[in-house]
Design a protein around this ligand. Structure first.
Ligand code: 5GP
Length: 131
């Protein structure tokens, strides 16, 4: 079971931003920017390109809805979308609010946001997602 499957199952806490029957979105614990969100399929698959065409298409459409919610909650120039998957072997899409190109640099030091700020951030995105 991957760490993300444990998060989806509620065995490990997360800051929930959005959910559907097939997908779950939650804040990255080490964000590049406030609102940095991960979108994962509930179905456990390591490599995103091992998903079926239909699952991948559905995941991107779900990520689009989450991205629009992030942008309403945290106004930014655009929301960047990236797939790495080098650390956690459970397919996921990173959504990062962008003000500049450097906001998407995964080598830069991550933000340290306290638990209250993380909760408020996720709640704001969730409220926009459900609007
Ligand atoms: P990647 O696999 O795409 O290279 O990176 C995995 C991402 O998941 C990283 O940005 C990391 O901060 C995030 N991450 C790893 N473990 C956890 C966790 O337990 N909870 C949350 N919310 N994020 C995690």
């Amino acid at each position: 079971m991957t760490i993300f499957s444990k998060i989806i199952a509620g065995e490990i806490p997360s800051y929930k931003c959005a959910e559907s029957d097939k997908f779950y979105a939650f804040l990255d614990i080490n964000p590049l920017a406030q609102g940095h969100t991960l979108v994962v399929p509930k179905h456990e698959v390591d490599y995103i390109f091992d998903l079926s065409d239909e699952e991948l298409a559905d995941m991107v459409v779900f990520a689009k809805k989450v991205a629009l919610a992030i942008q309403r909650a945290f106004p930014c120039r655009k929301v960047g979308m990236a797939v790495l998957g080098l650390e956690v072997n459970h397919a996921h899409i990173h959504l990062v609010p962008l003000q500049s190109e450097g906001d998407m640099d995964f080598r830069k030091p991550k933000l340290q946001l306290d638990a209250d700020t993380m909760k408020q951030t996720a709640d704001k995105i969730l409220a926009e997602f459900e609007r």
